[in-house]
Design a protein around this ligand. Sequence first.
Ligand SMILES: C[S@@+](CC[C@H](N)C(=O)[O-])C[C@H]1O[C@@H](n2cnc3c(N)ncnc32)[C@H](O)[C@@H]1O
Length: 232
Amino acid sequence: MAMEQLEQFYDDLSRKYTELIKKCVPRYSEMLFNLFLYLPESFKPKRIIDLGCGTGNLTQEILNHFPNAEIHVLDLSEDILNECKKRFPQAQNITYIKADFKNMNLEPNYYDLALSSIAIHHLTDPHKIRFYRDVFQALLINGVFIFADQTRGISDDIYKKNISCWKEEAFKLGSTAENWNMWMEHQDAHDYHSPVGWHLRQLENAGFHEVDLLSKYLMWGVFWAKKIQEKP
Ligand SMILES: C[S@@+](CC[C@H](N)C(=O)[O-])C[C@H]1O[C@@H](n2cnc3c(N)ncnc32)[C@H](O)[C@@H]1O
C-alpha cells in the first residue's frame, strides 16, 4: 500500500472526520479519558506530542489537562492538520508538524509525554517496532508514552467477534451502512492490527519499562510505557 493513498484518504476525509469517528468508535470519549487516568497528580509535563493528531480530538483533551504545556501535534495529512489548526485558533502553544511516523526526526530526550489515539495501527509491524524506538528516544527519562489503538484478537475467532460487536455498536452510534463500508474498505487497505501481547513485548524491546495495558474494550486498548533509563 502506497503511503500517498493513506495520506489522500485522510486529506479527503478531513472535513467530515470528527463527526464520522464519533459515530464509529465505541466508547471513544471514555478511551480518550483513560489515556490520562493513570498519570499522577504530580506529573506536570512541559512538552507533549500528539502522534497522528487528526482533527485534534486528543489535542483538545491535552489542552484541557495541560493548558500551559508546549504541545506538538504531528500528522501525515496536510488537510487534516489544517482542520486541527482551525479548531484551536487561540492556542499559541501548539506547533503543527507534517510528518510520517516512518521518518519523524524528533528531537532526542525532548518530551515528557507522548500520546496517540487510533493511529499506530496504520503502520505495519516492522514500522511499529521502529516507531516505538523513535518515541523512546524522543522521551526524557521518566517520560511516559500512552496510546490508544485497535488491536488484533489473539485468535481469528476473537478478532472476528470483536469486529462483529464493533459493527453492532457503530450502527447504534448512528453509522450508516455507507459509513461502515467506507471504514471497512479503509481497514482492508490501510490497517495492520497486532495483538496486545505483541505490542507489550515490542515496547519492552524498544527500551520501555512499566509496560502495561491500562484498559481495553473490544479491540481498543490503552497502553502505558515509561522510559526509566536510556536503552543499554
Ligand atoms: C483514525 S485517525 C486518529 C486521529 C485522532 N488521533 C483521533 O483520535 O481522532 C488516524 C490519524 O493518523 C494519521 N496517520 C496515519 N498514518 C500516519 C503516519 N504514517 N504518519 C503520520 N500520521 C499518520 C492519519 O493521517 C490520521 O489523521
